[in-house]
Design a protein around this ligand. Structure first.
Ligand code: ZN
Length: 345
């Protein structure tokens, strides 16, 4: 039987900031809360564990303020992470569809598993529902409100606190249940998210997903941004309705080297606007998320304007740079002139 596992984690971090934080392990999970929903999104079971910290032995003040958890409670009632995680995965079962509020929890769970050298139990690629994204798509034109705001807006508020793992999982499950009862649910539930903790290892593993209103491509890892932008698979624009490779009307341009915009036209299906997001893996390496979406004349105009703006800014910057260089040369010449008589004398 297919079940939905709606889960939430609380984690702690170094109370002394980044310098005393362990690389690759910035967040230590201290609580797992989850509800299991049946195929109709009705709640059938709950799961809850506290975890005894082994790395960060002091609470970060923000974490204790937000969650009201303290070290004593965790030390006396918590289990070690490996045991709790194994229990959780067993409880979820093999047919679990994971659902979270936002996109961080699955990644942090995997990062903690990796730190303790526990084998990653999840499917790869790992598709899941980001309930915050679904809520935003249906009710907020894509905006992403916090869980307490969504709960308030839907009138689901009950006498349960926020920011503890089980309560947040419970509320996220309730939001998902409401979404599933909406007339637009069938289409909404086609908007799977994919987890980026494990990225495609080769060109063959790269991901291509088509949703009702856009398409998404997730690249493999490249040694640099330049290498990514030199790859045809990254920069091509194909119509996701008919598969045609399109000629670009506006070639990829970027205001900041992090996001690129482009535009193409399918003779059959119309204008397609593209966005490339360059995501850092570490200091040099990157991967790319490309989304393509159909647009109208107005959308085309906006892209043209943005391109013109970026061009203008760049030319202003170049002009200023040339001017600075010129001034440098002039100043050097003046200094030289002043020096000359001394040197001659
Ligand atoms: Zn087409």
């Amino acid at each position: 039987m297919k079940t939905y596992i709606v889960f939430d984690l609380e984690w702690n971090q170094s109370p002394h900031g980044k310098e005393e934080s362990i690389e690759d392990f910035p967040f230590e999970i201290i609580e797992i809360g989850a509800v299991k929903l049946d195929e109709q999104f009705h709640r059938i079971e709950e799961f809850h564990r506290l975890i005894r910290p082994q790395v960060y032995q002091q609470m970060h003040y923000v974490i204790s303020e937000v969650t009201h958890m303290d070290m004593e409670e965790l030390q006396s009632q918590g289990e070690d992470f490996a045991t709790a995680a194994a229990d959780f995965v067993r409880w979820c079962g093999p047919e679990a569809v994971y659902c979270t509020w936002g996109s961080m929890d699955l990644a942090e769970l995997q990062r903690n598993l990796k730190y303790y050298q526990i084998e990653n139990p999840f499917k790869n690629p790992l598709y899941y529902y980001d309930v915050q994204k679904l809520y935003g798509l249906l009710y907020r034109e894509g905006a992403k409100p916090s869980l307490d705001v969504a709960v308030e807006e839907l009138g689901l508020l009950e006498d349960r606190p926020f920011h503890r793992a089980l309560d947040d999982a419970y509320y996220t499950g309730r939001v998902l249940e409401v979404l599933s009862e909406d007339p637009g649910a069938e289409q909404l539930l086609q908007y799977w998210s994919v987890d980026y903790f494990r990225l495609p290892a080769s060109r063959e593993e790269e991901l291509r997903m088509t949703f009702p209103s856009y398409s998404k491509y997730v690249s493999r890892i490249f040694p640099s941004r330049e290498a990514a932008m030199a790859d045809r698979g990254v920069t091509e624009m194909k119509c996701y309705m008919c598969g045609r490779t399109l000629r670009k009307k506006v070639r990829w341009f970027t205001p900041n080297q992090k996001i690129y915009y482009g535009l193409a036209n399918c003779p059959e299906h119309g204008y397609l606007k593209g966005k490339l997001r360059i995501k850092k893996v570490d200091d040099d390496r990157v991967f790319v998320i490309r989304t393509l979406k159909f647009t109208d004349e107005e959308g085309v105009e906006r892209i043209m304007e943005r391109k013109e703006y970026v061009r203008k800014k760049r030319s202003e910057r170049n002009k200023a740079k040339r001017k600075r260089q010129q001034q440098d040369v002039q100043q050097k010449a003046v200094r030289k002139k002043k020096k000359t008589p001394v040197e001659c004398g």
